[in-house]
Design a protein around this ligand. Structure first.
Ligand SMILES: Cc1ncc(COP(=O)(O)O)c(C=O)c1O
Length: 421
């Protein structure tokens, strides 16, 4: 059956469509932190951050079904759903971040954020790191580093070296925050010299796609100062850290301790229903609306808002942010107890973990790849990140408990033991 699905995919969907695992998994059902394949095998999901409150959470399913059976239209008609949600969402932000555009994906949200920075400053230059991903629209894909754009990176985009635990920017962890900021300052100078000017910097506050190298508050303080001095906007991509995943705070920028001008949201926001958003200060929103207007046929539709509201309600009712903090701390202890000579660093924020594998300072993607396959065979789904794909990434749905943590640690130790350093 898997072979049949693979050949149908290739015939119908075209080439180079990625799958996970040497032997791709055919998932047919999900519940909470669990997934089942077509053969009835059960997997503990430690990869997926989209089903944030758990796969097929009944409250989210019910909210979607109820609203879909009542009405689904768009934002050119009046509806309370989007307003109730916008109130609930903006209630979680400080820094005057109190106006919202609803969209369908993180990519759309980031595309808008870039245009907000350009509208608010009248400049076009954008900075991002050189080991990141912010989405798949034409504009946003220019910030993503896996596949260079046709014709090369455009002149108005500058990429600065991403923070890195194995090879810190500036040579040491202590110097990294100022060294990173110095690269940003240089990129701003270059943008200005080239006539683009500086509109803003787009960053994930915890540098999730860069491999979670930054876990300490204050890391971005020198960068924020440089950006503010140059009159640019700070665009915080909260698609990965947001909605309580990091446990200690609801948003990544609050952990780091800086005030973004624009925040973008996606993945976990609708628990799998396609919902994203851009949250901004009123004057930034006004500059954007004056320059571009903006209408999104599906963004903010009543069904999406019902899904997103249900997610917020479940996070609060089930104490999922607290669970991310407490179970996350326990899991981090267990991961730190793993024994393998190639474990170079173990770090985590709430229920987001990175286990970096290296020998003599050199990344070991070979071991990471084998461990991920070995874990799948042991019934645990997880992934890899990092410039060399040498960092094990675990990012389970938030109803993850201590028993799940124990299972992961035990099986991870077994899988690592199968991989000589
Ligand atoms: C940090 C970050 N921003 C934006 C996106 C794009 O989101 P979407 O796939 O919903 O367009 C992703 C997707 O992986 C992401 O990781």
């Amino acid at each position: 059956m898997t072979t049949d699905l693979m050949s149908r995919r290739a015939a119908l969907l075209g080439p180079n469509l990625p799958t996970f695992y040497d032997d791709p998994v055919h998932i047919v059902r999900g519940e909470g932190v669990w997934l089942w394949d077509a053969h009835g095998n059960r997997y503990l999901d430690c990869y997926n951050n989209v089903p944030h409150v758990g796969h097929c959470h009944p409250k989210v399913v019910e909210a979607i079904a109820r609203q879909a059976a009542t009405l689904n239209t768009h934002t050119r008609y009046l509806h309370e759903g989007i307003l109730d949600y916008a109130e609930r969402l903006t209630g979680t932000f400080g820094h005057d971040l109190r106006q919202v555009i609803m969209v369908c994906t993180g990519s759309e949200a980031n595309d808008i954020a870039l245009r907000m920075a350009q509208a608010a400053t009248g400049k076009t230059g954008i900075i991002a790191t050189d080991n990141t991903y912010h989405g798949n629209t034409a504009a946003v894909s220019h910030l993503s580093t896996r596949r260079p754009p046709i014709g090369g990176y455009p002149g108005h985009v500058r990429r600065v070296p991403a923070p890195d635990r194995l090879a810190p920017v500036g040579g040491s962890a202590a110097d990294e925050p100022t060294a990173f900021a110095a690269h940003v300052a240089k990129a701003i100078e270059e943008l200005e010299a080239a006539g683009h000017g500086f509109a803003g910097i787009m960053l994930c506050p915890i540098f999730a796609n860069e491999g979670l190298p930054v876990t300490q508050p204050g890391f971005l303080d020198p960068t924020v100062e440089v950006v503010r001095r140059a009159g640019g906007l700070i665009l915080a991509d909260e698609v990965q850290p947001g909605f309580g995943r990091i446990g200690s705070h609801f948003w990544g920028h609050d952990l780091l301790g800086f005030a973004p001008d624009v925040v973008t949201l996606g993945k976990p926001m609708g628990n799998g229903h396609p919902v994203g958003a851009v949250v901004a200060r009123p004057e930034v929103m006004a500059a954007f609306r004056d320059a571009f207007g903006y209408f999104n046929t599906f963004g903010g539709n009543p069904v999406s808002c019902a899904a997103a509201m249900a997610v917020m309600e479940v996070i609060a009712a089930e104490g999922l942010q607290q669970n991310a903090r407490d179970t996350g701390a326990h899991m981090l202890d267990l991961l730190r107890g793993l024994d393998h000579p190639a474990i170079a660093d173990v770090r985590g924020l709430g229920l987001f973990f990175a286990v970096e594998l290296a020998s003599d300072g050199q990344p070991r993607p070979d071991i990471a790849a084998k461990v991920v396959e070995g874990m799948k065979d042991r019934g645990v789904l997880m992934g890899r990140i990092g410039r060399q794909q040498h960092i094990l990434k675990l990012r389970p749905p938030l109803p993850f408990g201590r028993d799940h943590a124990a299972m992961v640690a035990e099986r991870l130790q077994e899988a690592l033991a199968q991989c000589p350093a």
